[in-house]
Design a protein around this ligand. Structure first.
Ligand code: COA
Length: 198
């Protein structure tokens, strides 16, 4: 089943300011990216297993790609929140996460990726939960959307562990992998709140 994503209307968008407060979790610090992150970003992002699972990361991922991405973050050009995910104990950059208003989803869409050395340790779930809390606490958003490739069980597991519900299949265009089938997920405010109450 291929479902077409809803188009969003300006009137439906939450009222937002994109202050990006630092978010602290048990093991991570999520902070606004800065230009000094370029070396670490270029080093961990130049991995086809990462770029092909995202919609906009090119492969190879060069220093110039890192610099351009960080410049857009610093200039506030992303329509949402972009966080550098760092280890609380060392400050090392291990990946990125964020929430952006995406036409293809019809609202806020969460995204995340980590350097391969940091997979399998629960960091993505920890970071995603912090960003989801931020979305529902700091904005009027009623729903957070997510998209993951059908061939990405790790991402699917992160979404399910964060409480997302599968809503259907779709296709998207990606920079590294072309047009690919994806699964769409949503988490609404009521479900998020119910999980917090448990
Ligand atoms: C997806 C990604 C962020 C997950 O990061 P992570 O820190 O390893 O995720 P977590 O450890 O929080 O959770 C991953 C879950 O998937 C499971 N998992 C990982 N690889 C898996 C696989 N190949 N098959 C099935 N399950 C898998 C893990 O066991 C874990 O579940 P568990 O806690 O029940 O054991 C990371 O793999 C990544 O950056 N991948 C490339 C980019 C990407 O896919 N981004 C998402 C785009 S939608």
């Amino acid at each position: 089943m291929i479902q077409t994503a809803p188009r969003f209307h300006e009137s439906e968008l939450p009222d937002l300011t994109y202050d990006t407060p630092v978010l602290v979790t048990e093991r991570l610090v999520l902070r606004p990216p800065h230009s000094d992150d370029a070396d670490e970003l270029a080093a961990i992002a130049n991995n086809r297993q990462i770029t092909e699972m995202t919609s906009r990361m090119p492969f190879p991922y060069r220093m110039s790609d890192a610099q351009e991405f960080l410049a857009r973050c610093v200039d506030g050009e992303h329509d949402g929140y972009i966080y550098a995910v760092t280890l609380a104990d060392t400050g090392h950059l291990i990946g990125f996460t964020g929430l952006e208003l995406r036409q293809r989803s019809g609202g806020f869409e969460i995204g995340f990726w980590l350097g391969e050395a940091y997979w399998g340790l629960g960091y993505a779930t920890e970071a995603a939960n912090a960003v989801i809390d931020q979305a529902f606490r700091s904005t009027g958003a009623e729903v957070v959307h997510a998209v993951c490739r059908t061939v990405n069980p790790a991402s699917r597991n992160v979404l399910v562990k964060c409480g997302f519900t599968f809503i259907g299949l779709d296709e998207i265009d990606t920079v590294s992998a072309g047009r690919v089938p994806v699964e769409r997920y949503t988490l609404n405010r009521a479900s998020w709140f119910a999980r917090k109450e448990r």
